[in-house]
Ligand binder design. Structure first.
Ligand SMILES: O=C(COP(=O)(O)O)[C@@H](O)[C@H](O)[C@H](O)[C@H](O)COP(=O)(O)O
Length: 240
């Protein structure tokens, strides 16, 4: 029986930006967080990581933080870790990985879903009203296959670390800081779903999700329907 908790990938969409507020598609546009976004991620960090009974992640069990290269993601990463003392941060490796940058929106950068549909209608696309990024991709940007390729590469990297942790019975939480569409793709691919069928997930700016494995088995990836961390489970020794 394993002593350590099953390895987890905890993903976080960056905090609020002006365009996440207005619903404009933001990939390469390197926006900073809004003032609220800064407060939002600072507060999220304090709730998420620490040694309090209600913290989801214990600093000593957090081995790696992988971030998108965009400013809003890097700011989010720094705010999440800000309240930890240096001695606790030392054991946490940080990496920037372009594979978790946002879906390349091409011509649709800066537009809203409604504006994209209107643009396609004007250009005579028959499917204009039924456009979805999942099925149709973006003009001059990426499609589902291209995004699948890079998300799968990131998953393979994480699985390798998780497998070693399971084999050695060690803790291995990994934080991934990214964006609205790419993280929904990550969750879908984690459980082998196709992206072009629309993963039907929602993820607000500042939103958090957890991916892990059923039965402590690397061959059984699963999406964690988190909630129990609001009041820690009895096995963790924080009984009520
Ligand atoms: O740009 C997006 C995500 O990038 P980021 O803000 O860096 O996380 C998109 O997700 C937009 O926010 C988009 O407006 C949103 O997904 C609305 O899409 P939908 O509900 O499908 O119309």
């Amino acid at each position: 029986m394993a002593k350590s908790r099953c390895p987890r990938l905890i993903f976080i969409r960056h905090g609020q930006t002006e365009w996440s507020k207005s619903g404009q598609y933001t990939s390469r546009t390197d926006l900073p967080l809004t003032e609220y976004g800064v407060r939002q991620m600072r507060a999220t960090g304090r709730i998420l990581i620490g040694y309090g009974g209600n913290n989801l992640v214990k600093p000593a069990e957090l081995k790696l933080v992988i971030s998108s290269p965009r400013k809003r993601a890097l700011e989010t990463r720094d705010l999440l870790l800000e309240s930890l003392p240096e001695s606790q941060k030392m054991g946490i490796r940080e990496e920037i990985d372009p594979d978790i940058r946002e879906w390349e929106y091409g011509r649709y950068e800066g537009l809203t879903t409604e504006q994209i549909k209107a643009d396609r209608k004007k250009k005579g696309y028959k499917d204009a009203d039924n456009w979805t990024i999942w099925k149709c991709g973006c003009e001059n940007g990426e499609d589902a296959d291209q995004v699948t390729e890079r998300v799968d590469r990131l998953i393979a990297k994480v699985r390798k670390l998780h497998k070693k942790a399971i084999d050695d019975d060690e803790y291995c939480d990994i934080l991934v800081v990214g964006h609205g569409h790419i993280l929904r793709c990550l969750a879908a691919r984690w459980v082998g779903r196709r992206i072009d069928c629309n993963p039907q997930f929602m993820l607000d700016a500042g939103g958090v999700g957890v991916l892990s494995y059923q039965h402590h088995n690397i061959e059984e990836p699963a999406i964690y329907l988190t909630g129990a961390f609001l009041v820690p489970v009895e096995e963790e020794g924080h009984g009520l």
